[in-house]
Ligand binder design. Structure first.
Ligand SMILES: NC(=O)C1=CN([C@@H]2O[C@H](COP(=O)(O)OP(=O)(O)OC[C@H]3O[C@@H](n4cnc5c(N)ncnc54)[C@H](O)[C@@H]3O)[C@@H](O)[C@H]2O)C=CC1
Ligand SMILES: O=C(O)CCC(=O)C(=O)O
Length: 524
């Protein structure tokens, strides 16, 4: 039974996929209320209120996935999650329309003084001269950050007859033209916009993007809007430009500290605010909760997720194609690790044939995870495998080559250690399964599963028989046997499989045989 903690308030209807699942138990409580049981949860669902810190992640020792019912993941320590092998997913587009509409509503309210006029009428005043506003029609709207929300806002602004200027470092001319906006530099936006709105994530680059210098470059009388994240507009600088009258009005849905109880910004009549309501519609909340519930359920059931922040994402179709190689890769990594019991500096992976046409980085990560999981105590999976490998000084590379393997598809791995190297080749045959077809230049053919014994020996009469006899004497049933050699009388290998693991004592006995060069047990 999977334990899921829903730590922030979420649409009940949106949680239905998880509530309906027979293998899931949902607990809807704040983190503080379940402090003693944190180690039990497999999944954590949050909005923006719960801060998913490294310390929380450390206390949640069974955690496998964090689902953010929304877009921004700045309340989640994604690096710490990645290090711990915890997948982070979000609901990237469920609240786009709501947030774009909210921004538009804020813009209209700002230029027509609707909140101030509302308060005035409620206080029994009728002061029409105090609230003369401006039309949106014909004004220039500068949008910084032209992703999902920025582009939906642009469509609405164009419908109102506004000129839309856009700055986004990842904006292509094609996309700008399709939506009918003008891509320009941030300098152009600052100099030419009547209203500027930000729609970027909060990152190192965007923190304070509209600060002392950049606000100083805007037109006198500019309106500023932030319905993205507190801190993208530097609040201290903003206060200075409100005080000196350079900025005519501001609309804020978000703040550097929420709630902004001690903020001086609340004292200005020309600053209108909402309490982080961009995504607060029934529709958006249903969308985002449904999206993360489905994704978390898929993940817990071992199916692919499509909106991961720290995992390579694949469509269901692609995942189905890659799945057999993904499993083969994990086993090959594991076999290599168990055969090469010494420090490794380099893992080189080569893909040939049909596998080379797939998203091989996903298979590489799975292979690394298989390799590392046999060596490290902490959780290693495809989320953090690359990072853990680098931390341990293991470099890895992948190469796509023309198919010379003789198989329809082939994955080859070359591992370089301090004193030795090791090579393994694997293939997946549709309707037949995964096979290991080469070890250190020996052709071989075995199914990588169960308990295996890899023996390097001299190709001499009686060696195989003696091994079989000792195993038989110990009542060990050999399930399958594979042998390989390069030349008569030279070095040879045996790969035996069993239904149970073998005792150390028995292995030591086999090792003592003349003509046996080395023995490795492999548990898969
Ligand atoms: N107020 C609210 O309730 C909500 C706020 N948000 C916030 O809005 C932000 C944007 O959401 P979406 O449009 O869905 O995200 P998105 O990822 O679709 O778009 C963000 C855009 O910002 C651009 N960008 C990144 N760095 C930039 C920089 N330095 N300068 C200019 N552009 C930059 C990216 O290229 C991207 O196109 C989210 O990160 C979130 O913080 C989102 C939903 C609700
Ligand atoms: O959960 C919420 O309402 C906040 C939404 C938000 O800020 C986001 O999706 O980034």
């Amino acid at each position: 039974m999977f334990q899921v903690l829903v730590a922030d308030s979420m649409s009940h209807e949106g949680l239905q996929p998880l509530l309906d699942a027979k293998n899931v138990n949902i607990v809807q409580k704040k983190v503080e209320e379940v402090e003693d049981d944190l180690h039990l949860f497999d999944a954590l669902l949050v909005r923006s209120a719960t801060k998913v810190t490294e310390s929380l992640l450390t206390r949640m020792t069974s955690l496998k996935i964090v689902g953010r019912a929304g877009v921004g993941v700045d309340n989640i320590d994604v690096d710490a999650a990645t290090k711990k092998g915890v997948v982070v997913i979000n609901a990237p587009d469920g609240n786009t329309i709501s947030t774009a509409e909210h921004t538009f509503a804020m813009m209209a309210s700002l230029v027509r003084h609707i909140p101030q006029a509302y308060v005035s009428v409620k206080s029994k005043e009728w002061n029409r001269n105090a609230f003369v506003g401006a039309e949106l029609y014909g004004k220039s709207l500068g949008i910084i950050g032209f992703g999902r929300i920025g582009s939906e806002l642009a469509k609405r602004a164009r419908a109102f007859g506004m000129t839309v200027l856009v700055f986004d470092p990842f904006l292509t001319r094609d996309r700008a033209e399709k939506i009918g906006v003008k891509g320009c530099s941030i300098e152009d936006i600052l100099a030419n916009s009547d209203i500027i709105t930000v729609h970027t994530p909060l990152t190192k680059e965007t923190k304070g993007l509209l600060g002392k210098v950049n606000i100083g470059k805007t037109k006198k009388g500019v309106y500023l809007i932030n319905c993205a994240r507190g801190g993208i507009i530097d609040e201290e600088a903003l206060i200075q430009y409100l005080e000196n009258g350079h900025v005519r009005g501001v609309a804020l849905d978000v703040f550097e500290v929420e709630p902004p109880v001690n903020s001086k910004l609340l004292e200005f009549d020309n600053v209108i605010t909402t309490p982080h309501l961009g995504a607060s519609t029934k529709e958006a909340q249903l969308n985002v909760a449904t999206q993360v519930s489905k994704e978390v359920l898929h993940f817990l059931e071992g199916k692919p997720v499509t909106s991961s922040i720290n995992l390579p994402t694949l469509t269901k179709e692609l995942f189905e194609k890659i799945q057999p190689f993904y499993q083969l890769g994990k086993k090959m990594g594991n076999i290599v690790s168990q055969c090469m019991r010494e420090p490794v500096q380099e893992i080189a992976i080569q893909y040939e044939g049909s596998v080379a046409e797939l998203e091989t980085s996903f298979i590489t990560k799975s292979l690394l995870a298989g390799f590392l999981s046999a060596r490290v105590d902490s959780t290693v999976n495809e989320v953090n495998a690359g990072m853990v490998a680098k931390e341990r000084g293991i470099s890895f590379s992948e190469k796509i080559s023309s198919n010379q393997s003789g198989y329809e598809n082939c994955i080859s791995v070359h591992v370089q250690g301090d004193h030795k190297s090791f090579e393994i080749k694997g293939t997946h045959v549709p309707n037949y399964g995964e096979r290991i077809v080469g070890i250190n230049d020996f052709n071989i053919d075995f199914i990588p599963t169960g308990y295996l014994l890899y023996i390097q020996h001299q190709d001499k009469p009686g060696v195989i028989g003696r091994v079989g006899k000792v195993l038989g004497d110990h009542k060990i049933n050999i399930a399958t046997t594979q042998v390989g050699r390069k030349e008569k009388g030279g070095e040879a290998i045996m790969m035996l499989s069993f239904d149970r693991s073998l005792d150390e004592e028995l292995i030591d006995c086999l090792k003592s045989f003349e003509d046996i060069l080395s023995i490795r047990t492999i548990d898969l």
